[in-house]
Ligand binder design. Sequence first.
Ligand code: KG4
Ligand code: ZN
Length: 366
Amino acid sequence: MASPKLVAMANNLLVLGIESSCDETGVALVRASGKLTPNLLAHALHSQVQMHQAYGGVVPELASRDHIRRVLPLTEQVLSEANQKLNDIDVVAYTRGPGLAGALLVGAGIACALGAALDKPVLGIHHLEGHLLSPFLSTDPPEFPFVALLVSGGHTQLMRVEGVGQYELLGETIDDAAGEAFDKSAKLLGLGYPGGPALAKLAELGNPTAFKLPRPLLHSGNLDFSFAGLKTAVLTQTHKISKALGQPVAAWSDIQRADLAASTQAAIVEVLVKKALAALDETLLPRLVVAGGVGANRQLREELNLQCAKRKVRVHYPELHLCTDNGAMIAMAAAMRLQHQVQEASQDYTFEVRPRWPLATLGIKD
Ligand code: KG4
Ligand code: ZN
């Protein structure tokens, strides 16, 4: 492959970010001036939730096709909202991985085509780095270094973050992710897809101590997680109750379902909070950043706020609407990588996506 033409960037950059790794198409524009925290000018999102709902989960082929339909109209929308023209864009950033291969290829393909057409450089971004840096889009951005608790649909990780591009893995799930535990338990409770927010909503009405559910690896002495056993315990409980009642889940009383939802949420939250606190103890870092879809969970935020306040640890979250997938975090991560000179944008428009891509190897092997 020809060596990429790396492009030295000016001080004042307009970065377009395209996110298409799963079931949301996100596009955003940020402005990076000097070393200042980049400024979000506009962002637009199309969620495919309704389309996938009929199938009970994400259908990868449908996801890719829908991304194709959405990216350019969303790009026009953000340009118009930010009062900018296509030619004003200095860098086109896209999610290179991890995620669904076909969905990633759509974003990468469109980004590289746009870059080539505009004669502007492109930058492939790690989706989890986007999540991790998304709190910098909030009104109360963190400072480096910090511990990051990354809790999304596919990942549950604790990282030590020294700066942009400096991510050390402290612990991660050995099976299901926290988001998966929410989603799979929600499915067992008949809440459909996507289950996390629905389970959290139902849990508000229930008693979190109604059912005794396991807290896997809580006392493992390391910072790893495991949520597969919890899902099995929820399955066992649903069978037990349904058998006793002689009724399927759909016929249970609202309070029975709410109690199981609240107990499930309490188990997930307790493990996440205890492990995050253990990571703070181990690293002696004074700040925690929570990112990824599960970071929107109210119970998790309340517990973390309470425990971190007791320890005088600052805790930062992305704005609620930027917890789940979006283009703003991709544009932001690209802008910060350029500002901190961790990566240069490139005018090599051949692209390759990385459906599996551990965050801690970022920059080690491309
Ligand atoms: O970060 P994200 O949007 O996508 C991935 O990169 O995976 O995370 C999606 C995950 C899903 O599992 C979803 O159920 C979960 O985040 N989620 C929640 C809440 N909002 C989203 N889980 C619990 N409570 C919520 N409020
Ligand atoms: Zn995500």
